[in-house]
Design a protein around this ligand. Structure first.
Ligand code: ZN
Length: 254
C-alpha cells in the first residue's frame, strides 16, 4: 500500500496569501504546503481522504487517474471545497462514492446542491454516491477495511480512518481511550500538529508527540501544519527518531 501526501498544510496553506513570514517566503519545496489530504493506493485500488480547495492541483501533480472513493474527515472548507473538481473522474467513472458522517453529508448537500440534485441536473455537474460513516462500524474500501476513528475537533466530531496498519487522523484535539484502543500495532500513524503554541481545536506539536507516545506506531508523520511551526528542516531535526514531518508529494510504502 502506498500513501501519497497530497497536502500537509493547515487551512490557509503555506505560503499564506500576502504573508511576509520567513516560512512563507522559504524556497525549500518542503515548506510549501497545500491543504491537507492523502491518496492511498494499492494494486488497482485508489482512495483519497478529503477533497480540499487544492484538489485539482493535487490530482495533476500526483498523477492520480482514478478514484474508487473519497473518505471525508469533516465538513470544514479546507477538507471539502474541491468537490466540484471530481468532474474528470465522474466523466470517466460515473458516480464517485463518498464516505462521510451524516452531518457532513447534510453540509455538502447544502453547499454543493447541484451535485446532489436528482431532477433537472445540469449536464456538466458531477455526481456522488454517499455512504454514511457511523462511529464503530468499519466499512469496505476495495479489498480492505476502513475503521472509522472518532475524535473531537473542539466541539465537532471528526473521523480519522484506519486501513490495515495505517491510520490517518487530522484536525483532532481530543480522543477517547476507547478510540485510541483501535490504533494498536500501527505501522504508520499520520496525526495533525499545527504549531508550538496551544490551539483550542488542533493538537499543537507537544500534544501530537504525546499522542504518538501513547499510540506507539512504528513511525509517525505530522500533518496539517501551520507556517508558525517553523521551517521543515529545523523542525525535523528536533523530532524523535520515529517521527517525521510530512511534506507535500512525499510518498511512503507500507
Ligand atoms: Zn482542517
Amino acid at each position: 500500500m502506498k500513501v501519497y501526501f497530497l497536502g500537509t498544510g493547515t487551512s490557509q496553506g503555506i505560503p499564506v496569501i500576502g504573508s511576509t513570514h520567513s516560512v512563507c517566503r522559504s524556497t525549500d519545496p518542503r515548506d510549501k504546503r497545500l491543504r491537507v489530504s492523502v491518496w492511498i493506493h494499492w494494486e488497482d485500488y485508489s482512495f483519497v481522504i478529503d477533497c480540499g480547495p487544492d484538489f485539482r492541483q493535487q490530482m495533476l501533480t500526483s498523477g492520480c487517474t482514478k478514484i474508487d472513493g473519497i473518505l471525508f474527515t469533516h465538513e470544514h472548507a479546507d477538507h471539502t471545497a474541491g468537490l466540484d473538481d471530481i468532474r474528470p473522474f465522474y466523466f470517466k467513472q460515473g458516480n464517485i462514492p463518498v464516505y462521510l458522517h451524516q452531518r457532513v453529508l447534510q453540509s455538502l448537500e447544502k453547499r454543493f446542491d447541484y451535485i446532489f440534485e436528482t431532477e433537472n441536473r445540469y449536464p456538466g455537474a458531477p455526481a456522488v454516491t454517499p455512504h454514511e460513516v457511523v462511529e464503530g462500524i468499519p466499512f469496505a474500501v476495495g479489498d480492505k477495511t476502513a475503521v472509522p476513528i472518532s475524535a473531537m475537533h473542539g466541539d465537532l466530531q471528526v473521523f480519522g480512518y484506519r486501513i490495515a496498519d495505517f491510520a490517518y487522523l487530522t484536525d483532532i484535539k481530543t480522543i477517547s481511550e476507547a478510540e485510541v484502543e483501535k490504533l494498536q500495532n500501527l505501522e504508520v500513524l499520520v496525526i495533525n500538529a499545527l504549531r508550538e503554541e496551544p490551539h483550542n481545536t488542533h493538537f499543537n506539536l507537544q500534544e501530537a508527540l504525546d499522542f504518538i507516545a501513547l499510540v506507539r506506531p512504528k513511525k509517525a508523520y505530522l500533518t496539517h501544519i501551520s507556517h508558525l511551526l517553523g521551517f521543515h528542516q529545523e523542525v525535523q531535526q528536533r523530532l524523535p527518531q520515529n517521527v517525521f514531518l510530512a511534506y507535500d508529494n512525499l510518498e511512503i510504502t507500507l
